[in-house]
Design a protein around this ligand. Structure first.
Ligand SMILES: Cc1cc2nc3c(=O)[nH]c(=O)nc-3n(C[C@H](O)[C@H](O)[C@H](O)COP(=O)(O)O)c2cc1C
Length: 137
């Protein structure tokens, strides 16, 4: 699924189009399946909004976690990953502030994963998959 999504994004970019993944399509899977008329045992795994980028929109380039935090050799090194978070948070907070968003990266991730109430329905994804006839182990 991720490979298909990424290829679609790359193809759109090659055509001069912009795109935005819509993971929120999994927030209410049964309703989306009904809306799309999906057969049993099928679910919309991701959405992709495709359009022409607004040339007046200055989104900039969003800072990324440094490569040392995400590229690991042979074994995952949690300490190395964590070591870069404070610096990245500072950089992202600056970027966010410039674009009218509050908070840094860890704040936003922790808020998003605080509990069922902050997961926009995603906490019942397993139940939804079972209802749509997808075996869940
Ligand atoms: C797997 C995935 C799902 C996403 N789902 C949504 C979404 O449901 N709604 C939305 O507005 N943006 C969505 N996005 C876009 C992100 O909010 C963000 O704008 C984009 O990924 C660029 O930020 P990043 O550099 O942190 O990935 C999604 C991005 C990814 C990678």
């Amino acid at each position: 699924m991720a490979l298909a999504a990424q290829n679609a994004v790359v193809a759109a970019e090659a055509l001069g189009l912009g795109s935005c993944y819509v993971g929120a399509i999994r927030n209410r899977p049964e309703e989306v399946a009904a809306e799309l008329g999906l057969p049993p045992h099928a679910i919309a795994a991701f959405g992709l909004a495709v359009g022409r980028p607004d040339p007046t929109e200055d989104a900039g380039v969003k800072p990324r976690l440094p490569q040392q935090a995400v590229l690991h050799h042979e074994q995952y090194d949690a300490g190395l990953a964590d070591a870069h978070l404070a610096t990245y948070d500072e950089r992202l907070a600056t970027y966010n502030a410039r674009h009218g968003l509050a908070g840094a990266w860890t704040d936003r991730v922790l808020t998003r994963l605080a509990g069922p109430e902050s997961m926009a329905g995603r906490h019942r994804l397993r139940e939804a998959l079972e209802r749509l006839g997808l075996p869940v182990r």
